[in-house]
Ligand binder design. Structure first.
Ligand code: ATP
Ligand code: MG
Length: 140
């Protein structure tokens, strides 16, 4: 996968609150091209694997319970400097610290229910995209 791609999820609470359209609008308006997209739901094993780096942290069980609590939107986004630029668009992990106009500033409810995920490296973007999408579900 080219390194000008990143992976995102719209998390369960933002889906439940009806923010899919507004979030995808912002993503498009910020210069990202959607190259893969689906509504899906993480199993407990999926979420534990996805957030394995945090499995010793006190918030891990809450995070896994939340991320499996309902459907999510998974998407692969393409843009020059995609990983870094998308992290800037989503804002800080804690929505209280997320800059004005960022996705987490606009749509998050709490540290756990923080609206969206964005990959933190090109390597993880490739791993996370391949986890959700086959080659024929990703478009140039
Ligand atoms: P994400 O990976 O979901 O895009 P992130 O990269 O901004 O978020 P990470 O450090 O990867 O942040 O943490 C993964 C998720 O774990 C966060 O989105 C948040 O919901 C939760 N989390 C992280 N740190 C804390 C914390 N100190 N207390 C509670 N929840 C936390
Ligand atoms: Mg992260």
């Amino acid at each position: 996968m080219p390194t000008n791609r990143t992976f995102t999820m719209i998390k369960p609470k933002a889906v439940e609150n009806g923010h899919i359209g507004a979030i995808l609008d912002k993503i498009g308006a910020s210069g990202f091209k959607i190259v893969a997209l689906k509504l899906t739901q993480l199993s407990k094993i999926d979420a534990e694997k996805f957030y394995a780096v945090h499995n010793e942290r006190p918030f891990f069980n809450e995070l896994v319970a939340f991320m499996t609590s309902g459907p999510i939107v998974a998407a692969v986004l393409e843009k020059e400097n995609a990983v870094e630029d998308y992290r800037a668009l989503i804002g800080a992990t804690n929505p209280e610290e997320a800059a004005e106009g960022t996705l987490r500033n606009l749509f998050a409810e709490s540290m756990t229910k923080n609206a969206v995920h964005g990959s933190d490296s090109d390597e993880n973007a490739a791993i996370e995209s391949a986890f959700h999408f086959s080659e024929r579900e990703m478009f140039a």
